[in-house]
Design a protein around this ligand. Structure first.
Ligand code: NAD
Length: 353
């Protein structure tokens, strides 16, 4: 077998381990920064305040209005606040929404970013930013939005509710699964995808059994890092296109949508590229789509789009939008097959593949 590939590693510093969030100040200083703005959602404002207190003189303040889908209006307010406080660094404490805010600020100002992730979304290691303006979400890729330092402290995920742990973990698995057939995959992304899926396969059931299992939390966050890194390096296909369509046009929640769609999209594509997708079947046990469906069900994931408030009538429009400007995909994307895939996902049926 011949091998031809192009690989670019990320320049970001990854710090991983229990208790490492205590080192945020050290990393601020290593970056040569002096005035930090701590970012969070309103829900995690207390944690952001506590981090700001711990940073002492290095903290210039907190901004706790991070919002799902990165509205441009919020990003502009955050930039104005950073300017007013003469901040030279943001510390984004939270999930993909908070990370998105820090990235949107870096896009506009090049401000240094340290991310302390508390979910498994993976945005902290991708050059991807989705922003919303006037109700329309647009996604861009730019090296400018890549954080300088990511501090993965599994202790910060001990309180991530089980339901969110499950959906966020499946969201991470989706990044890795699409990485296995991406046209720009390489041996490193494939290795990371397999290792990341394996880690989450082991960790998520353990977390469901005991959310305070520190070893399982560590493994899940390790898997999330790997899966996110894969997403940052490859071209996304049908799975992410359908999730972006559903989230963007029908406002379905991000991680739940990924969780439900995963088995259907990966199963559909695996029929066209069985060799590339064999690791999914091996890790989850069965044919890729059915194995992922059974796994999601076994850990109590949401299984049907109809439970996210999507009506059956929405499926026609979703199929139209998703097939109008499709992303590259290993299997041809035709409206009829996508409509039938969506029907299965809407009803929560086990995929036929
Ligand atoms: P989120 O960041 O929106 O978090 C959901 C809620 O959970 C928030 O209120 C948050 O404060 C809270 N939360 C987070 N961690 C917690 C914890 N440990 N304990 C208790 N509560 C906690 O959710 P998400 O799924 O991480 O991120 C979704 C967003 O990220 C979407 O907008 C999505 O588009 C984006 N995203 C972007 C990329 C990318 O590469 N650009 C990748 C994945 C996701």
């Amino acid at each position: 077998m011949t091998m031809t590939f192009s690989y670019q590693g990320s320049a970001a510093r990854i710090v991983f381990g229990r208790g490492t969030s205590a080192e945020v100040g050290k990393w601020v200083e290593t970056l040569g920064c002096r005035r930090v703005l701590v970012l969070s959602t309103p829900h995690q404002a207390g944690d952001a305040e506590a981090l700001s207190q711990r940073l002492g003189a290095l903290s210039a303040g907190v901004f706790t209005d991070a919002t799902m889908h990165t509205p441009v209006e919020v990003s502009e307010r955050a930039v104005a606040r950073a300017d007013a406080l003469q901040a030279d660094c943001v510390v984004s404490l939270g999930g993909g929404s908070t990370t998105g805010l820090g990235k949107a600020m870096a896009l506009r100002t090049d401000i240094a970013q340290i991310v302390v992730p508390t979910t498994y979304a993976g945005s902290e290691v991708t050059p991807i930013l989705g922003q919303t303006e006037n109700g329309v979400k647009a996604t861009l890729r730019s090296p400018k939005v890549l954080p300088e330092v990511v501090i993965y402290d599994p202790d910060l995920t001990l309180g991530l509710p089980v339901g969110m742990s499950v959906t966020s973990g499946l969201n991470a698995i989706a990044h890795a699964a699409e990485g296995l057939y991406a046209p720009d995959r390489n041996p490193i992304t494939t290795m990371m995808a397999i290792e990341g899926m394996r880690a989450l396969r082991q960790a998520l059931p353990a977390i469901v059994g005991n959310p305070g299992d520190a070893t399982a939390r560590e493994k899940a966050l390790y898997g999330a890092w790997l899966c996110g890194t894969v997403l940052g390096q490859i071209t996304m296909s049908l799975h992410h296109k359908l999730c972006h369509t559903l989230g963007g046009s029908f406002d379905t929640p991000h991680a739940e949508t990924h969780s439900i769609m995963l088995a259907h999209t990966i199963g559909f594509n695996a029929e066209a590229v069985p060799e590339a997708m064999a690791p999914v079947g091996e890790i989850f046990g069965g044919t890729p789509g059915q194995a992922l469906y059974d796994f999601a069900q076994s850990i109590g994931a949401p299984m049907a789009l109809k439970d996210l408030g999507l009506s059956e009538a929405d499926l026609d429009r979703a199929a139209d939008i998703a097939t109008k400007n499709p992303y590259w995909n290993p299997r041809s994307v035709e409206r009829a097959s996508i409509r039938s895939l969506l029907q299965n996902a809407w009803a929560g049926h086990r995929p036929p593949y």
